[in-house]
Design a binder for this molecule. Sequence first.
Ligand code: 1HE
Length: 268
Amino acid sequence: MPVTLDQSNFKNLDFDAQDDGVWVVTMNRAHKRNALDLDTIEELVDFFSAAPRAGVKAVVLAGSGDHFCAGLDLIEHHDADRSPADFMHVCLRWHEAFNKMEYGGVPVIAACQGAVVGGGLELASSAHIRVMNETTYFALPEGQRGLFTGGGATIRVADLVGKDRMIDMMLTGRVYHGQEAMDLHLAQYMVEGSVMDKALEIARRTAENLPLTNFAICSAISHMQNMSPLDAAYAESVVAGVVNTQAPARERLAAFADKSAARVRKDA
Ligand code: 1HE
């Protein structure tokens, strides 16, 4: 059932929907270093819930200004003086948003400049691809703030860097940047200059894939990682049964057979 995404329903996210189905989604609270308040989380839930049914082929997620995202809106959290139950529900909304990103089936490329910290790293780690440059740095300052992660870092950041490094990041406030961050899988691409240019290039390339194939890549792999190997192998067979027999895939296979399709080359 197709749905529409209407910019007028969003105030903290700006959309630039391009002709090839790539959407640039920019968090627009640079004055707050794109800190995640309740409204922004709800907008992320709304956007990523609708995107797979709204013809969005790939998303570049960016922050306005010099920083990607400063994590939880600490001022809102301070002023709200929440109860444990209140904050549990806040976290559940974060999980709703980030799970929609990771499991939604639409490729999400995070253009990570400047600070990618706390909940900002939880957000970035829910994207399928992260691009960094010389300005980018990753940290989990929750430990210093008297807080704990609540947006999935114990799952996704630990998965990227390992439990031991995540514990160190939280205990000591250790900051990772440059090649060391790349080596720890905090990003898959490092560029000199614009993270947006590279993120867009990647998004456009992914948007050329068949939507159902991208759906499988950006949903099934994450689900299968949560399964036993036996169940994952079964699920993989079912997904491949559906994806690998889709009509548009036959066209691509025919193009391979008649030698009109591009070959895999070392320098592609
Ligand atoms: C904020 C926030 C925020 C900035 N919540 N308002 N996250 C953190 O502990 C990161 C906290 N922020 C920082 O360390 C720095 O602000 C930055 C490194 C991101 C940027 O530094 P800088 O020098 O460019 O900016 P600034 O002067 O510190 O902040 C500019 C404004 O943004 C200022 O507001 P203003 O009204 O005084 O101008 C800041 O208050 C505001 N600002 N970051 C609210 N985070 C589900 S649990 C998740 C747990 C967490 O994410 S804990 C948060 C971890």
